[in-house]
Design a binder for this molecule. Structure first.
Ligand SMILES: NC(=O)c1ccc[n+]([C@@H]2O[C@H](COP(=O)([O-])OP(=O)(O)OC[C@H]3O[C@@H](n4cnc5c(N)ncnc54)[C@H](OP(=O)(O)O)[C@@H]3O)[C@@H](O)[C@H]2O)c1
Length: 264
């Protein structure tokens, strides 16, 4: 890889949405990129980034399991230099009632959002700690603050990630490695279509621009902040969630995510 600033950023889930925007921001800042996703669309994203002047390598890897994570780690090793910025962003949602969800689908949500993410964080985190330098942005969600009725597994994974991110940050205090959690609210990406949520209120409501969300996360990770909730409405929603009983939050989530709620 040739380079601009000589610095390297790795972005998972960069084929679309928030991850693509994060890759654009890092590239505009002079970072060389390694971007990964599960489908070949990632190469189209790389072509778009290249057309904008990025120095980018793309890799198709299923980051829900160890094999896929190892493929990405192998690609990073080929670059022959340390990672300065890691965006652990790949993730997927899943709507409908838990008992009606296909087992392979909800397991994939847990494997992608939690298992694969942690496997990658472990590998990259060890390298960064050995070097005494590095910045990590993990894409959590304000969904982690509320029980996700009709999106129960997804919200559970984001509660895990939001919590894990703060704990890892504290464990790495004084090592030169910072961990930041980006907590978006509903954002206009392929997420809702892929999660089968298009017939829901949350699927149809107006959403945040992924470029704004990514910018909030990008600025926060460079500043080494602990977390960022993007957008004032989401800041308000997450603050209220902290003082609202879980039962009430679960009822509110039903109104947003129940199948057919778009028409009510
Ligand atoms: N959109 C929202 O409202 C919202 C709100 C809060 C948090 N988030 C979080 O933001 C992150 C990005 O989502 P997005 O909204 O930008 O949605 P998106 O446009 O669907 O992007 C998701 C990205 O993750 C990749 N991905 C999913 N499963 C993968 C796997 N097993 N292995 C490798 N890559 C995988 C996708 O690649 P493929 O297409 O190749 O699978 C895609 O590049 C996710 O962690 C999501 O949970 C989203």
């Amino acid at each position: 890889m040739a380079n601009g600033t000589g610095k390297l950023a790795v972005v998972t889930g960069a084929s679309s949405g928030i991850g693509f925007e994060l890759a654009q921001l890092a590239s505009a800042d002079g970072y060389d990129l390694i971007i990964a996703a599960d489908e070949t669309d990632i190469h189209d994203a790389a072509a778009k980034l290249k057309a904008e002047g990025a120095n980018v390598v793309s890799i198709v890897a299923d980051l829900s399991d160890e094999e896929g994570v190892e493929e990405l780690v192998g690609e990073i090793a080929k670059a022959g230099r340390p990672i300065d910025l890691l965006f652990a962003n790949a993730g997927r949602g899943l709507g409908h009632g838990f008992l009606d969800q296909d087992d392979t689908e909800w397991l994939r949500v847990i494997d992608t959002n939690i298992v694969g993410t942690l496997l990658l964080l472990k590998k990259v985190g060890l390298q960064m700690r050995d070097r005494g330098e590095g910045r990590i942005l993990i894409t959590g969600s304000i969904a982690g603050f509320m029980p996700g009725t009709f999106q129960a597994v997804y919200n559970g994974t984001k509660a895990f990630i939001d919590s894990f991110s703060f704990a890892l940050r504290e464990e790495l205090r004084d090592t030169g490695v910072t961990v930041t959690c980006l907590m978006p609210g509903a954002t206009e990406t392929r997420f809702f279509e892929r999660a089968g949520l298009l017939d829901t209120k949350i699927g149809q409501d107006e959403k945040d621009d992924p470029a704004d969300v990514a910018k909030a996360g990008y600025d926060a990770v460079l500043a080494g902040e602990g977390d960022v909730v993007s957008g004032w409405k989401n800041k308000l929603q997450s603050s209220l969630a902290n003082v609202t009983p879980a039962e009430t939050l679960a009822k509110q989530h039903r109104k947003m995510a129940e199948p057919g709620s778009a028409d009510r």
